[in-house]
Design a binder for this molecule. Structure first.
Ligand SMILES: C[S@@+](CC[C@H](N)C(=O)[O-])C[C@H]1O[C@@H](n2cnc3c(N)ncnc32)[C@H](O)[C@@H]1O
Length: 258
């Protein structure tokens, strides 16, 4: 039984890193006049209210989007998606990755989303209908393998688990291997936590061994609460677009400012 709900963490530093890079990649992909597929295995509810009791309870957005948004130039793809989200859903709305994708994509592009949590899925399905996205209530990793290679063939897969199921650390490299064999041009973007106990390290070693040219970006930050085991967040990406290193360096400067 899954209990994780992203509303408690929406807009935190890990979200800013992940969503800023995602918005940049999607902007890159949509510059070419060719349709793309966007597949996301762990979608969440798509849009979050930062004034909701759950978000206020943890207050994680304060050190994340609230502190950092002014550092993004208004024409950065992430800043544009934030502005569009607020215009659609109100000033305190924050876009999850499916909404960032829906706002970035064009007619003719295709979105496949999986979400297992019944409440999260119901909320996502209500919105996704407006966005023209397909939502499935199945295991997102299985969905990704079954869809690859998608039509259109250009595009990306986002894997953003909560790692509630510790088996994910072992399953994910296997799934990425299967997807990469079936879809050698697909961009695969994986989010992972940096944990004091190093639980994420064997997964990364396996991934880097199998895909030595993959891109990696890590952001370190203080734990949100005393004793909290997450001390940073990472993005691992296969077939990352040209220019990603420069964008990551730009984000590093932006995270360090202040
Ligand atoms: C970190 S949240 C996703 C946040 C979202 N990607 C974003 O950035 O807006 C992870 C989500 O995955 C869902 N989930 C967990 N295991 C899953 C699985 N095997 N297949 C699909 N969804 C799953 C959880 O219910 C949760 O909503």
């Amino acid at each position: 039984m899954l209990s994780y709900q992203h509303i408690y963490h929406a807009g935190n530093l890990a979200d800013v890193q992940k969503h800023a890079l995602l918005a940049w990649v999607l902007d890159y992909l949509t510059r070419k006049d060719k349709p793309i597929s966007y597949i996301e295995s762990h979608a969440g509810r798509g849009v979050y209210d930062l004034m909701a009791a759950e978000a206020v309870k943890t207050g994680e957005a304060a050190a994340g989007i609230a502190a950092l948004q002014a550092r993004f130039s208004p024409d950065h793809p992430y800043a544009r998606r934030l502005a569009e989200t607020r215009a659609m859903y109100g000033e305190m709305a924050y876009p999850g990755s499916p909404l960032i994708a829906a706002l970035s994509l064009r007619e003719g592009d295709v979105i496949h989303l999986a979400e297992l949590h019944p409440q999260e899925r119901a909320a996502l399905a209500r919105e996704a209908e407006r966005w023209g996205a397909h939502v499935r209530g199945e295991d997102g990793l299985k969905m990704a393998v079954s869809i690859a290679p998608p039509t259109p063939r250009r595009g990306m897969l986002v894997i953003d688990p909560s790692y509630e199921v510790k088996e994910d650390y072992v399953t994910i490299p296997k799934v990425i291997g299967q997807v990469a064999r079936k879809w050698n041009v697909g961009i695969v973007m994986l989010w992972y936590p940096i944990l004091t106990q190093g639980l994420h390290l064997p997964m990364l070693e396996t991934l880097m061994e199998a895909h030595p040219d993959a891109f990696r970006h890590e952001l370190r930050f203080p734990p949100v609460r005393e004793g909290h085991k997450m001390v940073g967040s990472g993005i691992w990406m296969l077939n990352a677009p040209y220019g990603i290193e420069a964008e990551a360096a730009h984000l590093d400067r932006l995270f360090r400012k202040g």
